[in-house]
Design a protein around this ligand. Sequence first.
Ligand SMILES: NC(=O)c1ccc[n+]([C@@H]2O[C@H](COP(=O)([O-])OP(=O)(O)OC[C@H]3O[C@@H](n4cnc5c(N)ncnc54)[C@H](OP(=O)(O)O)[C@@H]3O)[C@@H](O)[C@H]2O)c1
Length: 298
Amino acid sequence: MRILLLGSGGQVGHELRRSLALLGDVVALDHPAIDLGQPATVAGILAKCSPTVIVNAAAYTAVDRAEQEPGLAHAVNAESVEVLAGCAAASGSLLVHFSTDYVYPGTGERPWVEGDPTGPLNAYGRTKLAGDEAIARSGCRHVILRTSWVYASRGENFVRTILRLAGERDRLSVVDDQFGAPTAASFLADVAARVLERHRHDPNGPSGVFHAAPTGGTTWFGVAQAVLERARSRGVALKLAQDALVPCTTAEYPLPAARPRNSRLDVDRLQREFGIRCPDWREDLHRIVDELTEGAST
Ligand SMILES: NC(=O)c1ccc[n+]([C@@H]2O[C@H](COP(=O)([O-])OP(=O)(O)OC[C@H]3O[C@@H](n4cnc5c(N)ncnc54)[C@H](OP(=O)(O)O)[C@@H]3O)[C@@H](O)[C@H]2O)c1
């Protein structure tokens, strides 16, 4: 397999470098070698690589900034994705792409299933949905992995932010009325590798949209609690006292982009069709907190 990996410098992309390495020749492209903000340039760059598989982990992911620059977010998340899908359709390549819980409207209590009606609440979600729809329209062989609340031991993410703030502050409020599951980038990279492996043996393997996230769920406050409990259990000294982490509402913590209240994703389809076990959300979280606090115990 000749695998073209886009966004290899991001949280998921970095993990994909590891997980895809055993499956074939990986060509990793990132800024400035490819700029998805300029969709007209993308097909020419792809033609030089002639990949058999395209794995797209690149995206405009600044959710709040996207409200100010929806045009750039759309170019990266929708127009360039349409070009990638068109190239995959023309060459018969497989396209593996990542999408988001933010394509759903966040209503109700039950986990979303892949066929549920979409209804993004913010500009980022609208551009990601437009990308998903362009892929489906193109007719290319594709697997879209919709995920939520991604974190890793590198990059900008909630887990690293909470650990940093707990070392600096003596009080911290965290939103406790948005529900979902934190997803490790390493888990997503392993899922993508399994998808590629399956398609190598079975080119007519499962395709379409799949939710990829751990099982169970919590709120952002619940994630923060789990992160800090794990850090304390390892003897990490934090400025923040145990009772100084306090829950708050979304209304008390206004941000430029609206967030879905219900981001729970039903992962049955992924587990069933690809034979993948999605772990409880705490499993990877504990491992990453351990990694991040290595050597920090007192
Ligand atoms: N992060 C989350 O909480 C979350 C939640 C649900 C779904 N997802 C989806 O999961 C996927 C991976 O997300 P992630 O957290 O790994 O994102 P990330 O860490 O923000 O990485 C995004 C990657 O895309 C690249 N990129 C951005 N703009 C580009 C452009 N114009 N041209 C070329 N490359 C560009 C970035 O490069 P530079 O750094 O050089 O700009 C970076 O390598 C994305 O599809 C995202 O929508 C993420």
